[in-house]
Design a protein around this ligand. Structure first.
Ligand SMILES: Nc1nc2c(c(=O)[nH]1)N[C@H]1C(S)=C(S)[C@@H](COP(=O)(O)O)O[C@H]1N2
Ligand SMILES: [Mo]
Length: 169
């Protein structure tokens, strides 16, 4: 009986070890919200970082209140600065392809100055966002703060239901 239990536990931990991505941080009991591929975080194996809500909340957060084209009235967003996320995975140059659950995607340079105004928001007006509500993650810019964030290019990068960032050099 002891041996059977041991075998089951060993098989389980082996399975979990295989499921844990190299460089990944997400705990098995919380859904992955954002996958970042192609960073330089690890030297061996696939360079994939998977972040759940707890992982995202562990980054220093940024917050702003702005109107958007898709909501009515001022909205307060809390999230992780896009540049902080990219820096964390070692991506400081090149381009990114940012995509959504519905496979909508945009490709743009990491060095684009408008990235400074972008956050990967995980709270809107103090609440988590549901997929119906453009969540759980929305790449938003501080539109009201500067006219450079009120362009078609920036609007097209304002990807809701964000779930993946792929880095290319
Ligand atoms: N997930 C997701 N985000 C998206 C889009 C989309 O189709 N899916 N459209 C983008 C584009 S092209 C623009 S201009 C803005 C505004 O889209 P809307 O005018 O349809 O509201 O949202 C952007 N974010
Ligand atoms: Mo657009």
């Amino acid at each position: 009986m002891f041996q059977l239990k041991f075998a089951v536990l060993a098989a389980l931990s082996l399975t979990l070890a295989f499921l844990t991505p190299v460089g990944g941080r997400a705990e098995a009991d919380e859904p992955v919200l954002l996958t970042i591929e192609g960073g330089t975080t690890s030297d061996a194996g696939p360079k994939v970082v998977e972040l759940n809500r707890t992982d995202l909340e562990a980054f220093p957060s940024a917050s702003f209140t702005t109107t958007t084209n898709w909501t009515s009235g001022p909205q307060t967003f809390v999230g992780v600065p896009l540049l902080a996320l990219l820096e964390e995975v070692g991506a400081t140059a090149g381009s990114i392809e940012v995509s959504a659950i519905n496979d909508y995607s945009q490709y743009f340079p990491i060095g684009d100055p408008t990235n400074e105004g972008a956050i990967v928001a995980y709270l809107l007006n103090g609440q988590p966002m549901t997929p119906r509500d453009k969540g759980p993650l929305w790449l938003v810019y501080n539109y009201d703060s500067d006219s450079r964030y009120r362009t078609e290019t920036v609007y097209s990068r304002s990807i809701w239901q964000l779930d993946r960032i792929v880095i290319s050099r």
